[in-house]
Write a protein that binds this ligand. Structure first.
Ligand SMILES: O=C(CO)COP(=O)(O)O
Length: 249
């Protein structure tokens, strides 16, 4: 059985006080579920979040990290810094990191390698842009992103990889991929992994969908057989909305 996950990517939102308030509310309202629930607050509030959730089943992830061990990388955060405060899951390759901060597949491959070397779990994000989908290139683009950043890994590493398919045209736009579009791409992703690594890796990897998941569409998207949960942006910033999405899994 694949692990089901609902993860909230808070992006550059929430002060410390707001972070604590949201975590308090989430902890109080969290429904009983077999799915893993993860929140990814901004770096400066990660330590507070891990302390706040110490005895909670809600887990904490970072939104990014640098691949180097340490050194002259102003403004960056290393794997050891995250591990030191109890954070062993990291989101890598979010489309905002790719588009706004120039992160490429090759660069991301290094980050993935560091995460694996440090025994961390990576939530690896990828997905096509609107122009790719309009041109009918979405499968090619997604396949290349996977191959370039992940297909050098050994099969064992895949136990610590979570995939998050996030079509860029659906992020923060209110336009969701239809459940059928999500299923079609997730099945393609699983098939591509199957061709390289075989069925046991392909069947066990958790593939999340991200892009305008809301309380009113989560259930339908999550009901698709190859969709194992969601990476939620805007709707993870409100406890009631996030809780409704968790209930939908
Ligand atoms: O980017 C996302 C999650 O990483 C999705 O964001 P939205 O849910 O706000 O569209």
């Amino acid at each position: 059985m694949r692990t089901k996950i609902v993860a909230g990517n808070w992006k550059m939102n929430k002060t410390l006080k707001e972070t604590e308030a949201l975590l308090t509310e989430l902890s109080a309202k969290r429904p009983d579920t077999d799915a893993e629930v993860i929140v990814a607050p901004t770096f400066v509030n990660l330590d507070a979040a891990t302390r706040h959730l110490e005895s909670s089943v809600i887990q904490v992830a970072a939104q990014n990290m640098h691949h180097a061990e340490n050194g002259a990388y102003t403004g960056e955060i290393s794997a050891d810094m995250l591990l030191d405060i109890g954070v062993d899951t990291v989101i890598l390759g979010h489309s905002e990191r790719r588009a706004l901060f120039g992160e490429t597949d090759d660069f991301l491959a290094k980050k993935v390698d560091t995460a694996m070397a440090k025994n961390m779990r990576a939530i690896f994000c990828f997905g096509e842009e609107l122009q790719d989908r309009r041109a009918g290139n979405h499968f090619k683009v997604v396949e290349a992103q996977l191959k370039n950043a992940l297909f050098h890994l050994g099969a064992d590493a895949w136990q610590r990889i979570v995939l998050a398919y996030e079509p860029v045209w659906a992020i923060g736009t209110g336009e969701t991929a239809s459940p059928e579009q999500a299923q079609e791409m997730h099945a393609f992703i699983r098939k591509t992994i199957n061709e390289k690594y075989g069925a046991s890796v392909a069947q066990n990897v958790t593939i999340l969908y991200g892009g305008s998941v809301k309380p009113n569409n989560a259930k339908e998207i999550f009901s698709k057989p190859d969709v194992d949960g969601g990476l939620i942006g805007g709707a993870s910033l409100k406890a009631d909305d996030f809780v409704e999405i968790i209930k939908a899994i």
